[in-house]
Design a protein around this ligand. Structure first.
Ligand code: SF4
Length: 278
C-alpha cells in the first residue's frame, strides 16, 4: 500500500475529473463504504476534485489537495484497479475511520473472487490471508467466505468445463413503475412499438450469439431472463422471446429462469406459457 498523509477535510462533496470516468464506479463503491448517502457532485466549484492519472510505471490519484502515487510496474489492468480501490479505501479510512467488515469487497458475488484463487494451486490458508490483506476483510468474514466457497466447490464447473459451457443472461429492462430504491438498469414500460423494437434487437442478438457459440462448440448451460421485470411485457411477446431463445440456444438447459418480481405482472396465461415452453 502507498504511504500518504491527508490534509484536513471538512467537505463531503467530491467531483470526478471527467477524464477519470473509467474509475467512477470503483471509486464510488469505496466512498459509499464511508459515506452511505454519497453522490458525485455535478459541479467542480464546491467539491474536492478526484482524478486518476495513468503513467507508464505508476498511477497518480489526486483527491482534493492530496496526491497518492501508486507503483504499478508489472501489474495488469485489474491489479492496477484493485490498487486504486485500496488507496481510496485507505484514504477515506484515514479520514473517517470505522469498522468495515467486508473492506473493499463491494460487489454482489464476493465468492467469485475466492473461487478464482481456489482455481489456482494456492492453499486455503494463503487465500484467506490474501483476501484479508488485499481486500481488507475482517477475519470472521474471510473465514465465512472460505467456508461458503468450500461448500460450493463440488457443484461448480471445473475451469476446463467452464471453457465449454456458458450461461446466458437476457435483460428485459422494463417495469410497470419504477421503485424508489431500485439500482437496476430498468425503465418504466415504454410504448408498445418501443417494446417491440427492443425485443427484435434482443432476439437478433440471441441468434447472433447462438451462431457464434455453435461455431465454437460451446454449449449453453443455463438461461436467465432478468430485468427489470420480464413478466411486465405481454404474454405474446414473452412467447416470441422464449421460442427464439430455444431456436438460438437449443432446448436442454440445466436451468431456465424468468424473474417475476412484481406480482401484478403475473397472469395465468404467462405461467402456462412458462410451463409449456421452458
Ligand atoms: S420491480 Fe425491481 S427492477 Fe423494477 S423498479 Fe422495482 S426494484 Fe427495480
Amino acid at each position: 500500500m502507498s504511504d500518504f498523509t491527508t490534509e484536513q477535510h471538512s467537505k463531503h462533496s467530491y467531483y470526478l475529473d471527467p477524464d477519470s470516468t473509467p474509475y467512477r464506479q470503483g471509486i464510488f463503491d469505496v466512498i459509499r463504504i464511508f459515506l452511505p448517502a454519497f453522490a458525485w457532485s455535478d459541479a467542480a466549484d464546491d467539491a474536492d476534485m478526484i482524478s486518476v492519472l495513468r503513467g507508464e510505471h505508476s498511477w497518480t490519484l489526486q483527491i482534493g489537495k492530496d496526491t497518492i502515487v501508486l507503483q504499478t510496474e508489472g501489474m495488469d489492468e485489474n491489479q492496477c484497479r484493485k490498487k486504486l480501490k485500496q488507496a481510496v479505501y485507505q484514504y477515506f479510512l484515514n479520514l473517517y475511520g470505522g469498522n468495515h467488515p467486508w473492506g473493499i469487497m463491494t460487489g454482489i458475488r464476493p465468492t467469485k473472487i475466492v473461487h478464482r484463487y481456489r482455481d489456482t494451486d494456492m492453499p486455503a490458508a494463503e487465500i484467506k490471508q490474501t483476501i484479508m490483506d488485499e481486500y481488507f476483510l475482517r477475519e470472521d468474514k474471510a473465514a465465512l467466505l472460505m467456508e461458503v466457497t468450500e461448500r460450493q466447490r463440488p457443484f461448480l464447473l471445473t475451469p476446463q468445463e467452464a471453457k465449454e459451457k456458458v450461461s446466458i443472461y437476457l435483460s428485459i429492462p422494463f417495469c410497470p413503475t419504477r421503485c424508489h430504491y431500485c439500482s437496476f438498469p430498468s425503465f418504466c414500460l415504454p410504448k408498445p412499438h418501443l417494446q417491440e423494437e427492443y425485443l427484435s434487437h434482443l432476439i437478433a442478438e440471441c441468434h447472433a450469439v447462438g451462431e457464434a457459440l455453435s461455431a465454437k462448440g460451446i454449449q449453453v448451460q443455463t438461461v436467465y431472463i432478468g430485468g427489470g421485470t420480464p413478466t411486465s411485457i405481454h404474454a405474446m411477446q414473452l412467447e416470441r422471446l422464449l421460442q427464439n431463445v430455444h431456436n438460438a440456444f437449443g432446448s436442454h438447459f440445466a436451468e431456465f429462469t424468468v424473474e417475476a418480481g412484481r406480482p401484478d405482472t403475473i397472469t395465468e396465461e404467462k405461467l402456462q406459457l412458462f410451463m409449456t415452453i421452458m
